[in-house]
Write a protein that binds this ligand. Sequence first.
Ligand SMILES: Cc1ncc(COP(=O)(O)O)c(C=O)c1O
Length: 384
Amino acid sequence: MRKHGRAQDEVLAELAGLRERDVPWKRVLNSICTVPHEAALLAGQAALDSNLGDLRIFRGCRAAEQKALALMGDLLGKPDCAGSLVSGGTEANLLAMYVARKRRPDIAQPEIVAGETVHYSLGKVCDLLGIRLRTVALDARFRMRPDAAREAINGNTIALIGTAGSSEFGAVDPIGELAAIAQQHELYFHVDAATGGFIIPFARALGHDLPQFDFSVPGVCSIAMDPHKYGLSIIPAGAVFFRTQELRDSIQLESFFNATPTHHSLIGTRSGAAAAATYAVLETLGFDGYTEITRRNYRVMGYLVERLERQGYRLVAPPQLNIVNVDLPDAVEVMRALEECGWIISVSKRFRHCLRLVVTQHVDEAMVDAFVERLLTIAAPPAY
Ligand SMILES: Cc1ncc(COP(=O)(O)O)c(C=O)c1O
């Protein structure tokens, strides 16, 4: 650290210069996170000094957090479910598996079963909790196969996980069938809806054929959903919900201060900015506002698909949510070449023939046009 500080203006100017290195959103097609809604940005900025690790001081922020949780619980079909705002999908999945682990202290070598497209955060979670992750086969649309799940369950299985919107494909596992299997085996069933949680309810309202994934499905024990993704809140805003308070309380820890007598999440000192931002965007948009955004995202995605297919590119599967995967044999090279031209897209390390394009709030038709034109100069459609 320097002995004498620098002028604040100079430091801020340096930072502004550093931020210019960030790729502008208009060239970003790999990110599920996007430009937050203005209400979220304003509310978050106003609460940057808060600490939800001290509830004696930040009573108002705490109230905003509770209100945000109640709105999301309502969206998930169970206003009296027990939720926590957390730092993101990773922490939400961790807390859900912590609960699942606590339920079965009798199993010495616990395992969980999930589809091959389970998010890599579950790999971290299993490593931390000493759980073996068993991944099972997918169908042609990259959804977990219930028959494969059934086969993978054994005496050590403590939980089954369904993904409602995989990161790689936006694929939604057959949640109802998986929940029924979990019930038959008396297993804990967690739904990772970090990506799909803020799309599926609105897409269903628009008539898209997507499975229900929330607490209206018997057997769903917990759900992860991220306001900082399609919820348009600021980072870090994740959320985990348990069907009962009892489940949530199974991981309750006492602190030695009165300010937060009990903890239900991993992080102690934590900003209330994301809670305020999440409440602000939920209230500002309401169900109709999110539905309109979802309608728009599907429209732009449809335009992208149409433009790609018209040029002769083929998709690996019809998209369920707002993630498009193009079948390209040399997808990694194409990704690198696009990045050299300033475009950020992604390719899964597991499915290397898929160029993955995410459509979210900052993507519009003009951006799609610019992207497809650029793609054509880099990789002509192959002879499939
Ligand atoms: C399905 C799914 N689960 C979990 C996560 C992890 O979320 P985070 O990066 O917010 O921890 C993601 C992130 O993209 C995701 O798509």
